[in-house]
Design a protein around this ligand. Structure first.
Ligand code: SAM
Length: 719
């Protein structure tokens, strides 16, 4: 029986629940149900008509598509071999079962790979999220999307939002900064690219930042699904992001400059109206004007933090040139040849888009259009700034603004999006550095202002203020002689090449609960910058306290960090397991009745015969055909006195059973049928997402609890 979500009325139907969520926003204010929103806004239509965002003969189609709901899309993630296997499952099982389902009711939906996404790893459906959620015919598809998303093997990401990371050309050794990262779908993509070579601990890292503390915990949740020791989550206003330093071998420090920066800035979001129809009701030209200042400051800071030769991607989900080309033009002019627009118009074959605009108008809130600042009415001069105007005709060639990419909804049935790639070709001088970190301009930048005011406070008050808003558990890395390490090292025969100083806990005193692993580069960053940077989270869970009196070590291996530590674990605690046995273990969901060893294959019995009680690693290796890289799965297992079992949360269990071709029917619940069968019509969620390990020994840090509660809210919003 699944958990009932808070606020879920006993007799509510699924439909009722959705309406309730939409009517009451996070702020508790009443919201219009999306169905009741009239998708009209005269100002919007005349503004973009006048701006000439597309050819005049396309304009009606642009507006008409923009008024419809967005089709659902997803991306297959994970290591190369798992992604390949998942692709087979999507092609061979998911599509067939879904299409078959619809054949019965007469209308099979089209499901197809996005032509511009490499290796068919991104898919679009002729269905909206709501269609999938509310239609019984799609319950299997919905269950698939929910459990594989939770497991981290697919990402339900909007198609256009997949573009910026693709254009960043990330390599596993890159130092990457994601300046405005929450909720983190692009961060996840960057991390996957960092791990593209299936290297257990790549040398590069991703720093994911967001100004909103609560949204940082959405990032924690995202990161957790990807199990990377190379991610750091921080909480700053990126327009004034402090410099970060790393410590060199001689003990000196140097400033970290990034190879890649993603600058996916806050924006008016009128490109997302298909997904967020409430924007129709509140759109005015002022929304874009208000964002221009903070967008420029964030991009400027990103360029400063970029290594010479490095690339920065600037993106928005806005159609407005004031938030797009105007920002790009402004920084190109300011940096005076130190950054250039990269021509990426041929980078994603199959993607339909319009080139960046080279000229535009600036409009006041009441739709008075101006082509130069000199024409602007005095009363608008605080919101309309000279830098918002396009380059003069004679300068256009210099900036190549047509190298930017604008995606409009009617071009390939997507959301609208803007993306530009900049390369830093020269160092920028220190004067510009300090200017941008302190310069305040017009615009809706309350966070920057708050932060600046804070920085002007006397030191003691500033410290007190920071303490009030920043309450994270400390990041305590292991010393050379960490008390618990000897036991762990000798129990798991950990190789001497493993650097235990990359392990950390989140408490200074008391019993260590969870032990996390970071890469060396991440450790260096956290240790060097801990006094100045608001670190929210880092590290992947490697060991968990289990205090079982029969085990000679107080910590068992956690699944999350297993792939990272696997190469360092000695052979003694590794058990190779054939497919049928693994399926038997996965199908057992009662830790009190784990499969007896005598019922497993002889191969397994032999291996565990002399294995002492406790945590072990189960290894499944697919028999490989035609030189294909075989699928290899590592699972945290437990050798009991007479039984063997694996630690696995529900979604990962379903995922693995799917990969192995096992029977998932007991998890593939038809929530509609279940609701009907329920005597009082009460419908409990069948797809509970809580990650409890099956023996109940899981322990949580405070930060994990925060993440969980934030994630529940996130799920309620997006469900
Ligand atoms: C467009 S969303 C980012 C979406 C994200 N990149 C993704 O793909 O999931 C913009 C984010 O910027 C954050 N933000 C707004 N102002 C910021 C600032 N000054 N510094 C850092 N983050 C900021 C918001 O909290 C929001 O999470």
């Amino acid at each position: 029986m699944g958990r009932r979500k808070p606020g879920f009325r006993k007799n509510a139907t699924f439909h009722g629940k959705a309406n309730q969520n939409q009517q009451n926003g996070q702020d508790g204010k009443e919201r219009k149900p999306y169905n009741d929103i009239i998708r009209e806004n005269e100002k919007f239509v005349s503004y973009y008509n006048k701006q000439g965002v597309c050819k005049s003969e396309e304009f009606d189609s642009f507006i008409a598509t923009h008024k419809t709901d967005l089709p659902a899309t997803f991306r297959i993630t994970g290591s190369k071999t798992v992604a390949k296997k998942m692709l087979e499952i999507v092609q061979d099982q998911l599509i067939t079962s879904c299409v078959k389902q619809m054949d019965e009711s007469g209308n099979p939906p089209n499901i197809f790979p996005l032509p511009w996404y490499p290796n068919k790893l991104a898919w679009q459906m002729e269905l909206t999220r709501k269609d999938i959620r509310r239609n019984e015919a799609y319950y299997k598809l919905h269950n698939f999307l929910i459990s594989e998303t939770e497991n981290g093997t697919i990402s339900r990401q909007e198609a256009v939002s997949m573009i910026p990371p693709l254009l960043l050309d990330v390599q596993p050794h890159h130092k990457i900064l994601d300046m405005c990262a929450a909720p983190g779908s692009k961060t996840a993509q960057l991390l996957e690219m960092l791990h593209a070579n299936d290297d257990p601990i790549p040398s590069g890292f991703v720093i994911a930042n967001d100004v909103d503390n609560k949204r940082c915990y959405m990032l924690v949740h995202q990161a957790k699904r990807l199990n990377s020791p190379c991610i750091v989550i921080i909480n700053h206003d990126s327009a004034v992001l402090p410099n970060l330093y790393s410590t060199l071998a001689d003990g000196s420090t140097e400033q970290v400059k990034f190879d890649r920066v993603l600058c996916d800035v806050p924006c008016a979001g009128d490109g997302t109206m298909r997904k967020n129809p409430d924007i129709w009701m509140k759109w005015t030209p002022a929304n874009g004007l208000n964002q221009h200042g903070i967008q420029t400051r964030i991009l400027r800071r990103g360029i400063e933090l970029l290594e010479v030769g490095g690339k920065i991607v600037y993106s928005t989900c806005s159609i407005n040139p004031i938030e797009n080309e105007a920002v790009i033009h402004r920084v190109l002019a300011e940096f005076d040849g130190a950054v250039e627009l990269v021509d990426v118009t041929h980078s994603l074959p199959g993607l339909k888009f319009s080139p960046g605009m080279e000229t535009w108008l600036v409009a006041s809130r009441n739709l008075e259009f101006y082509s130069t600042f000199e024409e602007v009415d005095e009363k608008w001069k605080t919101t309309i700034r000279p830098q918002m105007f396009p380059p003069k005709a004679e300068d256009r060639e210099k900036y190549h603004l047509n190298r930017c990419i604008r995606i409009l909804p009617h071009q390939q049935n997507s959301g609208a999006f803007f993306v530009a790639v900049l390369k830093k070709v020269k160092a920028v001088n220190a004067k510009e550095d300090s200017k941008s970190a302190t310069n305040m301009e017009c615009g809706d930048d309350t966070q920057s202002k708050k932060r600046e005011n804070e920085d002007n406070l006397p030191y003691n008050q500033r410290k007190k203020r920071r303490k009030e808003i920043y309450r994270e558990d400390p990041f305590v890395f292991f010393n050379e002689d960490e008390d618990v390490w000897n036991d762990i090292k000798s129990f798991y025969k950990v190789s001497d090449s493993f650097d235990s100083k990359c392990l950390l806990t989140r408490c200074h005193v008391g019993k260590k609960k969870n032990i996390y692993l970071t890469s060396e580069a991440v450790r260096n960053l956290v240790v060097t910058n801990q006094p100045n940077i608001k670190f929210i989270n880092t590290g992947v869970k490697a060991f968990v306290r289990c205090d079982n009196k029969h085990m000679k070590c107080a910590f068992r291996i956690a699944n999350d960090g297993l792939d990272s530590i696997f190469p360092f674990i000695g052979d003694d605690r590794k058990v190779y397991i054939p497919k049928d046995d693994l399926i038997t273990l996965l199908l057992n969901d009662n830790p009190q009745k784990s499969p007896p060893i005598v019922t497993l294959s002889e191969m397994v019995q032999k291996q565990v015969k002399d294995l002492s009680l406790g945590s072990c690693v189960l290894i499944y290796k697919e028999e490989s055909e035609n030189d294909k890289t075989p699928l290899v799965i590592h699972i945290s297992g437990w050798r009991g006195a007479t039984s063997l079992r694996c630690y696995m949360d529900k979604h990962s269990t379903v995922h693995l059973l799917r990969l192995l071709g096992g029977d998932i029917s007991k998890y593939d619940v038809n929530k509609f049928q279940k609701a009907r069968e329920d005597e009082d019509g009460q419908c409990e969620e069948a797809d509970g997402t809580e990650e409890t390990e099956r023996d109940g020994t899981e322990t949580e840090d405070v930060s994990e609890k925060k993440e969980k509660s934030c994630n529940e809210k996130l799920q309620q919003q997006s469900s």
